[in-house]
Design a protein around this ligand. Sequence first.
Ligand code: ACO
Length: 434
Amino acid sequence: MENKTKDAGTAKIEIDGKTYDMPVLSGTHGPNVVDVRKFYAQSGQFTFDPGFTSTASCESQITFINGEEGVLLHRGYPIGQLAAQATFPEVCYLILNGELPSKSELSTFNDEIKQHTLLHTQLDRFFDGFRRDSHPMAMLTGTVGAMASFYPGAMDSEDPEERRLASIRLIAKMPTLCARILKYNLGQKFVDPRNDLSYAENFLNMCFSVTAEDYKVDPKIAKAMDRFFILHADHEQNASTSTVRLAGSSGAHPFAAVAAGVACLWGPSHGGANEACLNMLHEIGTVDRIPEFIEKAKDKSDPFRLMGFGHRVYKNYDPRATVMRESAHEVLDLLGLKDQPILKVAMELERIALEDEYFAEKKLYPNVDFYSGIILDAIGFPKQMFTVLFSLARTVGWIAQLNEMLVDPTQRIGRPRQIYTGAAMRDYVPMDQR
Ligand code: ACO
């Protein structure tokens, strides 16, 4: 990767009468950054930023977010345009390679993905070790990590062909793995991939086809699935992506680094939010109970939060939520579920929260998870599978970001520092004197 930051001046940090000059760098879009890489060497002091709210951890050319204005771009293209006009494999190609594919490039890419959808049969035996009622994310974390054992060549991250192959394998095998996780939970036979179907159709078929009856993939449902994948494909340096980069920065196997990303995505503050949001909508149940839940969310002594609202970066409408909202209406219309009370609750909750002073003042808008759970539920996925579907979609972002890091000449092993506030140095006390 060619580093492209530009010189944008100097920042002065003054401590105890001494001034330290730090370079300021600019990128294509977004705020400038103060380059503090040499700050410790020069001053003997660290910067302190738990949660990284003011820290850029890397230079990246993949995704840009302007949270104040609700903008999300992949390689410069707005997410709304990609969701409306592109397919998920096309977006994968774009994210991995930097440019939209030509017709023949896309066809070659699709063909190559299809050549790698099968799992090693040995991998199926891992499932026997899991309880039938295991959380799907526990199985995904374990099996993605286990896949590393089948592709030892991918450890050679210096080799561009190994990096490319690892990316294709991950994107191709994730749907097969995720569908097997669902089938294992259901106690049904695994369904193998079919190369005559599109990426989204094949995934739906592996999830919902049973030996007694073929699953007829509705093109509109396949489109909604494909759009869900596009909307979750990448999101710059979020917690799971930063985890993948950090794990990979030691030279770890790419499948193991992605398994670390899966583990991070599991939590309810990140990928687990759509499951939590759907639970909350069911708990609210009817429109007349919404005010009670809004009050709970505002009450500082109550830990309850309105799931699907708020975002670390977006302080405006999450642009993915706008597309997801449309998709939810389309899917429920198609399945004849549009009068479902849950959709009414969601729409009314959104309206009331957007008008409420507390949410307006804190800039808490619906995020992508607010509507995605409704769609996935309507398609027929159990709630526990929602974060697995998010992982499937985010795999391309994780591997693209990892590959970008591996070829960044400024890359070093990630090693944050700390401010220590524990016990001061003291002498060991022998057991009989304590
Ligand atoms: N409901 C009620 N109040 C909220 C909510 C919410 N959903 N989100 C934030 N707030 C309040 C906080 O209580 C806090 O109030 P205070 O300043 O009076 O203390 C203020 O808004 C800021 O909140 P933080 O937690 O500091 O914001 P942060 O950026 O750390 O958190 C997060 C972002 C985790 C997404 C948070 O908004 C949240 O918990 N939302 C619900 C979970 C959710 O939907 N997560 C999905 C994220 S999107 C994704 O991962 C794809």
